[in-house]
Design a protein around this ligand. Structure first.
Ligand code: HEC
Ligand code: HEC
Length: 296
């Protein structure tokens, strides 16, 4: 089981740990000098005019202690397991595995009952929603909030505004495969003044206070650069996850400063994929739960 969304940090930690251990071994080996027969030479450093030091190898017992720590690190790494799930049958992960198997046995039949029901019917079922809610609190709330109300950059799932679409199939596809919303930066294209003009035009679209002169100038910049994704009428494009800019619902915020930041630097936003991790049955229940939130 991956604890990170991408495999990058796993690799980062593994490489770092391996390099550290190899470095320790290298340092030890390069300091392993044999004690030579005959008189021991001096080190060459002299303190306080007469105080010199024999060039003796490091004491054996001292070296052994270091070797033991390295041995310990390798054994620990293998048992922990520090190199991913090849060792998943050991340690904590095996406990997780058996618990999952027990849960599967217990809840499997309950899931099966909902599996074959239409998702809209499941959405209307209180017991299914209670299960959906528990799963939502476990897997989704850290980003979307415990009441699914969202936060800056995390969409509110309780309203009727959707980036990608709010019909059952689309929501299921979102949860299963994840989503990546990408808006390219326009700072270099438009320049600071141009960005400010377009930002005022964007604010005018939803009836927010704006500088009308700037908005007028910004209209052209919008038509040239933005309609490809946000649509000619700026109501968004669910195929790209481009939001509607004409309503009161904002992913990042409606202040001029925030809109300027969005336009200047662009935005990249990711909803992780849950299909493989949760399996179809749980995704089915979660889809129903999300539907139940917005259909009130
Ligand atoms: C790591 C944070 C994170 C987690 C965890 C997460 N989401 Fe999301 N989710 C996002 C982000 C970010 C987006 C917006 C993606 C975009 O900008 O296109 C999103 C978008 C969505 C959407 C689409 C909303 C729309 O307007 O089209 C749905 C539905 C959704 N999430 C449901 C869920 C469910 C159900 C779970 C739990 C299984 C979940 N999310 C877990 C971050 C997360
Ligand atoms: C490549 C497609 C694309 C283009 C071109 C594009 N956008 Fe976007 N825009 C998006 C996407 C996708 C998002 C949502 C980003 C996310 O999911 O976090 C977005 C988000 C935004 C937001 C944030 C809305 C909110 O609810 O907070 C604003 C404002 C915005 N765009 C304005 C513009 C303007 C103005 C232009 C032209 C200068 C533009 N966009 C060009 C795709 C695009």
């Amino acid at each position: 089981m991956a604890d990170f969304i991408s495999g990058f940090w796993n690799m980062y930690v593994m490489v770092l740990v391996t390099l550290s251990i190899l470095f320790c071994v290298f340092v030890l080996v390069s300091n392993m000098t044999k004690r030579e027969k005959g008189p021991v030479e001096l080190h060459g450093h002299v303190w306080d005019e007469t105080l010199a030091e024999y060039n003796n190898p490091l004491p054996r017992w001292w070296m052994y202690l270091f070797w033991i720590t390295i041995f310990f690190a390798i054994v620990y790494l293998a048992i922990y397991p520090g190199f991913g799930d090849k060792n998943a049958h050991r340690g904590q992960l095996s406990q997780y595995g058996t618990e999952m198997a027990q849960a599967e046995e217990k809840y499997g039949p309950i899931f099966a009952k909902y599996r074959d029901m239409d998702v809209l019917a499941v959405a209307a079922d209180p017991e299914a929603n209670a299960m959906g809610k528990r799963m939502f609190l476990t897997y989704c709330a850290q980003c979307h909030g415990s009441a699914a109300q969202g936060a800056k950059s995390f969409p509110n799932l309780t309203d009727d505004e959707w980036l990608w679409g709010g019909d059952p199939e689309t929501i299921k596809a979102t949860i299963t495969g994840g989503r990546m919303g990408v808006m390219t930066p326009f700072g270099p294209v438009l320049g600071a003044e141009g960005v400010k003009d377009v930002a005022n035009y964007v604010r005018s679209l939803s009836g927010l206070a704006h500088d009308s002169l700037r908005a007028q100038r910004g209209k052209e910049g919008f038509e040239t650069n933005c309609v490809a994704c946000h649509g000619a009428d700026a109501t968004g494009n669910p195929l790209l996850g481009a939001p509607n800019l004409t309503n009161k619902s904002w992913l990042y915020g409606s202040s001029e400063a925030t809109i300027i930041e969005t336009i200047t630097h662009g935005r990249t936003n990711q909803m992780p994929a849950f299909g493989e991790f949760l399996g179809e049955d749980k995704v089915h229940l979660l889809t129903a739960y999300v539907l139940s939130l917005s259909k009130k």
